[in-house]
Design a protein around this ligand. Structure first.
Ligand SMILES: [Zn+2]
Length: 390
């Protein structure tokens, strides 16, 4: 499943209609939450779901019929059904620790509502407009390129623009084409960010390395500046204040370059390759070595792997994760002999058995490519083809 979000092209009448429905949704949500909060939970022992069902019955059978709430009946009843559903899921997120206690929705930051089709999925033909169940047909800013089927639609306002979003089945997407179909191993390294077993390499971005060095120098030059502490009776000097502000800005810049690099690299890899093999990360072992930590840890080997795995599913790329204890660097990619005296400073791998001499990182990536199935600890992207927004 993935979501499609489209901007609507509306006239004033339609804008009013959508704003009214968003108001209705907010009203029902807050009404139900208000009643729920008034329940004496010690006295009335039922599950939250059952309590909310009771509140919904009160709303449907009494409140909605009162004169002052007659306006509700002019609006889509799917809105209040979904508002109750959304409050229920807010409570279940809260109970499993994924979110805070549900709060009242306020007009200024909650302008959205959800409707669904009560008789199953509806077809959304490709074209310049979209028919939203119980709401009518709206024009789209950009045409819908393919036909889809979906059941639940959320309409929301962001700034002064209105959007419709809905989930569609991933199976409708045609399999993605990959330039390179053979399995390729990736070794994350010190000298080069990544070395691939097909001989290509990915260098960490120059501006990043420069910015990092500058940042380190800047921090060193200002190493005596300290933030104030009431406990120790130290006040922050104006210069220190300026320094920490500047430092935060510089950190932010480095982080942005890094994030951008990782996003582009992982997308590019998943787009080009059909099958990748990477090593499982032993973060604690890596961080124990300071030089490696600076190079690999900083550029986010962990983040790299995380992005690679979720994008693999989006692009239909298969990824094999190889056991971190498998000797990828120490084994010969030609004959398999293990070289126990290999040190981190050895840039070349020279095999004592077969005489192979090869770049250390390239050797490791070929070892990953050829690693036997027994050392594959995780497989990603094998079962289904998904599609994400990228
Ligand atoms: Zn060898």
């Amino acid at each position: 499943m993935y979501a499609i979000k489209l901007e609507l092209k509306l006239n004033n009448k339609e804008r009013t209609q959508l704003a009214q429905h968003a108001g209705y949704s907010r009203f029902v949500y807050n009404y139900a939450l208000g009643l729920y909060n008034q329940i004496d939970h010690k006295e009335y022992k039922l599950s939250t779901s059952k309590k909310l069902d009771t509140i919904k019955k009160v709303f449907t059978n009494y409140t909605k019929k009162e004169k002052e709430y007659q306006w509700c009946n002019k609006l889509s009843s799917r809105v209040y059904q979904n508002a109750f559903r959304s409050l229920k899921s807010a409570f279940s997120r809260f109970f499993i620790g994924l979110g805070g206690y549900p709060r009242f929705k306020r007009k200024k930051n909650n302008c959205s509502f959800t409707v669904d089709s009560s008789n199953g999925k509806v077809l959304l033909p490709a074209g310049k407009s979209i028919k939203v169940p119980t709401m009518g047909t709206f024009r789209l800013k950009e045409p819908l390129k393919n036909s889809y089927v979906s059941q639940t639609f959320t309409i929301s306002r962001i700034a002064d623009k209105w959007y419709v979003s809905f989930a569609v089945e991933a199976e409708k997407i045609s399999p993605l084409y990959h330039e390179i179909t053979k399995a390729v191993g990736i070794d994350l390294g010190v000298k080069t960010f990544a070395t691939l077993s097909d001989g290509s390499t990915i260098e960490s971005p120059m501006p990043y390395r420069k910015a990092r060095t500058k940042l380190a120098n800047f921090q060193f030059q200002n190493r005596h500046k300290q933030l104030g502490s009431r406990k120790l009776g130290i006040t922050t000097s104006n210069n220190a204040r300026k320094y920490f502000k500047k430092l935060a800005k510089k950190h932010d810049k480095v982080a942005k370059i890094r994030a951008d690099f990782l996003q582009k690299t992982t997308t590019d890899l998943c787009r080009r390759y059909a099958r990748l093999r990477i090593e499982n990360l032993n973060i604690s072992g890596m961080m124990a070595n300071h030089k490696l930590a600076a190079a690999v840890g900083d550029l986010g080997a962990y983040e790299f792997k995380r992005q690679l795995l979720y994008k693999a599913e989006c692009f239909g790329t298969k990824v094999d994760v190889i056991d971190q204890w498998y000797p990828s660097s120490k084994g010969c990619s030609n004959c398999g002999a293990i070289k126990s005296d290999l040190t981190l400073s050895d840039r070349l791998f020279k095999c004592n058995e077969c005489g192979l001499t090869i770049d250390r990182d390239l050797n490791a990536s070929i070892r990953l490519e050829k690693a036997p199935d027994e050392v594959v600890v995780n497989r990603v992207g094998y079962t289904q083809i998904n599609a994400c927004g990228q």
